[in-house]
Write a protein that binds this ligand. Structure first.
Ligand code: PAF
Length: 290
């Protein structure tokens, strides 16, 4: 018999959370858009380390997709996700529909101004408003004590941290390490769009990050030189078209123009075929790329 609770309505979710809170259990939350891979499962494991009961949401949020993006073709597999969530040891799956998340005439949107502008915000102008809005709604629905987000979407993680602080949510935000394929490619549901040739080419992102980390540890600290090193690796891959290659402060996401520090991060967005891939890494210190 399945031990995973499957909750499709707000009432069912709230009743369950209330019962757990009455028992003083700490609630962990992992929001996802489904089509789960090992990266998501590692976030569930991390949530289990930080809480007594873990709720995973699966909802493909329409407002974070631009008009010409992949909302319609975004991969979905609720049955497979349910099995993986249960196997990973989570306690409940919440899968709301659009009518729950965006009731008729919904007019309230959340905008984390400065952090949403650079990097992915330039190519995807509506994306982070959609993310901040849906995460706010999910936080209000679930009312978790702790929520876990992956560092692959590092800008998203910083935006959620800022929003949680600004809106007084009182939720602990935990960042989960990037989980990578054996050649270094960061796991992502969108990797499913890559054909075999593109899949091979996609390893150039992690190769570029590794090259930059090696350059930094060998004494190259000039922002320009580090950026050139990353650009060179991406340019060598004929199927890759860079969207941005940037060096930024890990907390404020401000651009680094002169000497880089160990905690600064390299951020990449690269199109391989029609698939847009992102990745990032700190210049030094512990990292899954080592
Ligand atoms: O990272 C994601 O999968 C999504 O952006 C999130 C946080 C679930 C919001 O839809």
């Amino acid at each position: 018999m399945s031990s995973l609770m499957v909750l499709a309505t707000l009432d069912a979710l709230r009743q369950q959370v209330k019962a757990w809170k009455q028992q003083s259990l700490k609630i962990g939350f992992v929001p996802t858009m489904g089509y789960l891979h090992d990266g998501h499962l590692s976030l569930i494991h991390l949530a289990l380390e930080h809480s007594d009961r873990v709720i995973v949401s699966v909802y493909v949020n329409p407002t974070q997709f631009g008009p010409n993006e992949d909302l319609a073709q975004y991969p979905r597999d609720l049955e497979g996700d349910q099995a993986k969530i249960e196997q990973a040891g989570a306690h409940a799956l919440f899968y709301p529909d659009d009518a729950i998340m965006y009731p008729d005439n919904a007019q309230t949107f959340v905008n984390v101004k400065n952090l949403s502008r650079p990097l992915c915000g330039e190519d995807r102008p509506v994306h982070f408003e959609g993310v901040a809005t849906v995460v706010t709604k999910l936080f209000n629905a679930v009312r978790p004590d702790v929520a876990v987000f992956g560092k692959k979407d590092y800008q998203q993680l910083q935006i959620i941290r800022q929003m949680t602080q600004d809106l007084l949510f009182g939720i602990e935000i935990v960042g989960g390490a990037i989980v990578r394929e054996s050649d270094g490619l960061a796991m992502s549901s969108r990797n499913a769009y890559l054909n075999p040739e593109q899949r091979q080419a996609a390893a150039c992102l992690s190769r570029a990050l590794r090259t930059v980390r090696q350059a930094f540890s060998s004494g190259t600290h000039s922002a320009d030189e580090l950026l050139q090193a990353a650009k060179y690796v991406i340019a060598e891959e004929s199927l890759a078209q860079p969207q941005y290659i940037e060096l930024r402060n890990s907390t404020t996401l401000e651009t680094i123009t002169e000497e880089a520090q160990a905690s600064d991060r390299m951020f990449l967005a690269v199109r391989v075929g029609s698939t847009r891939l992102i990745d990032n890494a700190p210049l030094a210190g512990p990292c899954e790329l080592d």
